[in-house]
Design a protein around this ligand. Structure first.
Ligand code: SF4
Length: 234
């Protein structure tokens, strides 16, 4: 079915523009035009439990896509399994890079050092777009307070290049909002948060942050790179 993306964004903003958090997740997952055609993408990182709890509350059978890049922390894999069981998520899909791509372009596993953008493309962007084929929309946990390109984030947006809608129900939430919700719902924290990892990606490209530092300052530190690329397509 071909969708008029501009019209869909206008319709959804008119219907749900005043909502956020659980209320928005509920409306989006139950939207008649999108039912069964919306996936969640989660890194099972520092703040992921909040969005996943909302999704599980509305519909635990919602597909959840996790990019297992082959470079993620062992603690993240354990946290994925812990949250999946705790929340009763029934369709968590761990997506890996193409083996042929890895053999051809990253046989030594150090592409991240030589060309991080290409590494992110092979290990994240390309597998994600393949995993999202067949879906009309995806939900992310991005927030404005994360800074950089995210400061102007809208809750409901479109990716015309990929013929998809994209939803960010936590766009306007603050760090305190996230933490309050996590505590209220007794959700476990990612084990690396206690060690200062406030934004958690791949092992070679993530370091802990110091008190007062931007939460994402530990991602690709020292490089002119703030996003892996999965959120850059429009
Ligand atoms: S975050 Fe680093 S290791 Fe992970 S895919 Fe990107 S460049 Fe590669």
């Amino acid at each position: 079915m071909t969708m008029d993306w501009k019209a869909e964004v206008t319709r959804l903003r008119a219907s749900h523009g005043g909502l956020d958090g659980l209320a928005l997740v509920r409306e989006l997952l139950r939207d008649p035009a999108l039912r069964g055609r919306t996936a969640v993408v989660s890194s099972f990182g520092a703040e992921s439990a909040v969005l996943l709890d909302m999704v599980a509350t509305v519909d635990p059978s919602t597909p959840v896509i996790f990019l297992d890049t082959g470079k993620v922390f062992a603690e993240t894999l354990a946290y994925r399994d812990e949250l999946t069981a705790l929340l009763g998520l029934r369709d968590v899909r761990s997506v890996e890079p193409e083996a042929t791509d890895m053999r051809q372009h990253d046989a030594d596993g150090d592409l991240w050092r030589k060309s991080p953008d290409f590494c992110c493309h092979l290990r994240k962007t390309a597998p994600l777009h393949k995993a999202l084929s067949g879906f009309s929309a995806w939900i992310t946990g991005r927030k404005r307070f994360q800074g950089g390109l995210r400061t102007e984030l809208a809750a409901i947006e479109a990716e015309p290049a990929h013929a998809r809608l994209k939803f960010n129900p936590l766009a306007t939430w603050s760090e305190a909002d996230i933490e309050d919700y996590r505590r209220l719902r007794h959700l476990p924290a990612h084990p690396l948060v206690a060690d200062g990892y406030l934004s958690i990606g791949c092992v070679p490209c993530t370091r802990p942050v110091q008190p007062g530092e931007d939460p994402r300052a530990g991602r690709w530190w020292g490089l002119d790179k703030t996003e892996c690329g999965i959120h850059l397509a429009r």
